[in-house]
Design a protein around this ligand. Sequence first.
Ligand code: ADP
Ligand code: 5GP
Length: 226
Amino acid sequence: MGSRPGSARSYSICFPADPAGRGTAIARVIVISGPSGSGKGTLIERLIASVPGLALSVSATTRPRRGGEEDGREYFFLSENEFRDWIAQDRFLEWAEYNGHLYGTPRAAVDRQLAAGLDVLLEIELEGAWQVHERRPEALMIFIEPPSFEELERRLRGRGTDSGEACDERLAKGREEMAAVEAEMAPGGRRRFHYVIVNDSVKRAADELACIILQAREEYEQADDR
Ligand code: ADP
Ligand code: 5GP
């Protein structure tokens, strides 16, 4: 099941979510993490179009807005002072610094969506994912990997949303994140992710993501009936 560091991986590792001990909630938090450029946004867009009952959490960030992004749609764009105020007011379920900018998940909106019976998707980097795992142990944890580091670089640079320097920083961070998850999933690792999906083909990976979520939902519903 292991692969050599840096080698191309063409399969996904799955540790099916165990509903035991997760309480009786049907609605839940789904963490989608993975290096920048691995395809999280692309897969989530497909997922939301194909699976009903999902809400995507809108994060807050101090990163400058990109062309085409709208406040309150892609992110809530905050100044650093505003972000620090939100931290002081305990308004984040999790937050982290990523390449010089702050990113966080507003807690109230997540709880509102859960109360409305929706499953809430959090598209977040690794530090934030660990915080959610700690604070919401029932959360379903999914990591999206590129088939290789070279392909990650091609996708990130090809996306054209970041400067050359920002891409370099994101790739360095991505390498760290992939190594950390590789260690997590190795024998003896903590295995905090339930699934690692390799995004080789959008269709295959999006289908796999949808199957995982539908299966987890079924397991939760069965646990709820017991
Ligand atoms: P992330 O949200 O993880 O940063 P994106 O969804 O923005 O990543 O994807 C990064 C780039 O890679 C985009 O240009 C996207 O169209 C492309 N991409 C995503 N998945 C694939 C894939 N399976 N094969 C080829 N290109 C992909
Ligand atoms: P981007 O600048 O490309 O929109 O996002 C950079 C990274 O921050 C991505 O890995 C993205 O998943 C992550 N991110 C986005 N929102 C949040 C958040 O609310 N919390 C955390 N911890 N990471 C986030």
